[in-house]
Design a binder for this molecule. Sequence first.
Ligand SMILES: Nc1nc2c(ncn2[C@@H]2O[C@H](COP(=O)(O)OP(=O)(O)OP(=O)(O)O)[C@@H](O)[C@H]2O)c(=O)[nH]1
Ligand SMILES: [Mg+2]
Length: 457
Amino acid sequence: MTNRLGALQIAVVGHTNTGKTSLLRTLTRDVNFGEVADAPGTTKRVQGAQVMLEGTPVMMLFDTPGIEDSMGVLDYLEQLSRLGDRLDGPERLELFLQGPEASGRYEQEARVLGKLLHCQAGLYVIDVREPVLAKHKDELVILASCGRPLLPILNFVASSASRAAQWRDTLSRLGLHTCVEFDSVSPPLDGEETLYRTLSVVLPSHQAILSGLQLQSVNQKVARRVAGLTLIAGLLIDLAALRTPSSTVPELLEQAIVLQQAVVRQREQACVQALLLLFQFREDDYLAHPLPLTEGGLSVDVFNPEALKDIAAHTGGGVGAGMIAGAVADVLSAGLTLGTGMLIGAVAGGAALGVGRFSTRMLSHIRGFRELTVADEILQFVRLRQGQLLEALERRGHASVAKIDVAEGTTQIKSSLTALPKPLLSARAHPEWSAVGGRFQDSSARQKAILALVELG
Ligand SMILES: Nc1nc2c(ncn2[C@@H]2O[C@H](COP(=O)(O)OP(=O)(O)OP(=O)(O)O)[C@@H](O)[C@H]2O)c(=O)[nH]1
Ligand SMILES: [Mg+2]
């Protein structure tokens, strides 16, 4: 495979306002490339963008101005044909490019044709919502006369006004039997691979580069998904493991709740930013909705089974695992009817739960041990909405201008609330797993839990 820059040069051409610049943005994953607007004549000059294969530039894509007056150019070329003697397409175009009209009336069109003549192939971008008109047919005749393979890209196929079938028919009649369906705003998941694979059919001389790009696109997609799931898993572990010391004094409890809410929100926002960066989108592409954290969203949760096991671990020999299991069962069933506040009192007082089975040492550990944790509902909600964000990013083209909005009501979560996945239950017992808690300590156990969450998808 040749790795020389410029070994493969492709011009992106077509009628004005069909989405040429948008296609380049999506293929290069560069939201800042060129200028995109819903108006003809947005791109005025040819602009190139490198495409890298394993860190090496292997292809240049050139954005070109839209062709506006194809009928005028074709008439003019036909006049030139009458002057010259048996000129073929490219020769006739060279004559046009050297003439006065190429820097006058048809300057825009000359830029496009000049570029295509010096590239190995062209991507011909079509807005399939448009009916096929004479100007389009003329445009294709002129482009074909450059003597370069053309791959039509049927853009806007997702629109209900699509006339893709009519376009396919017209293209076939002109000898263009291979084309690719695309949508730069919401490209098909395998759109990029399909484009490179099909381009290698019309450009077999560069098959090695194009197959490499196709494979790279598949690999990058998988790598981005795994990286995205890892970011989300890290967030969830941080939140599940988070414990904020609290107090039975109402004012102090209030302060602890406010502090914990801020930590949770910031941590989620950090994950959103990391996901946007991973997929190369801008921060303001995302319509942020703050987490609906009410006081009830954060529960006083000393009675989480995992948390109790943790207490056991830290109290040394005084409390046996079996006793803890019993305590958990009793505490949980009592919790359903008594409510958390009552429960604390109940345990402390010992009466309602038959605490005869517990040593006073253990009770003293439970008594006054109050910490805030993030409620299951909030963890489920964050998991769902980060998952939705990941999917939206995977399906989004870099030409999109609408904001990503994945806000969902918590009601949806409540109705479909399932048990927390195991790694999150484990995290409950490990406050040191929370990178946003005060006791953070990375460990292989934490990494394993992240990996296990990633595997759950
Ligand atoms: N829904 C949808 N909109 C698109 C798509 N491609 C482009 N657009 C929109 O179409 C308009 C024109 O896009 P551009 O990329 O500027 O088109 P262009 O062909 O470069 O235009 P000129 O430079 O003026 O010739 C913009 O509003 C884009 O957001 C697409 O696949 N789907
Ligand atoms: Mg443009």
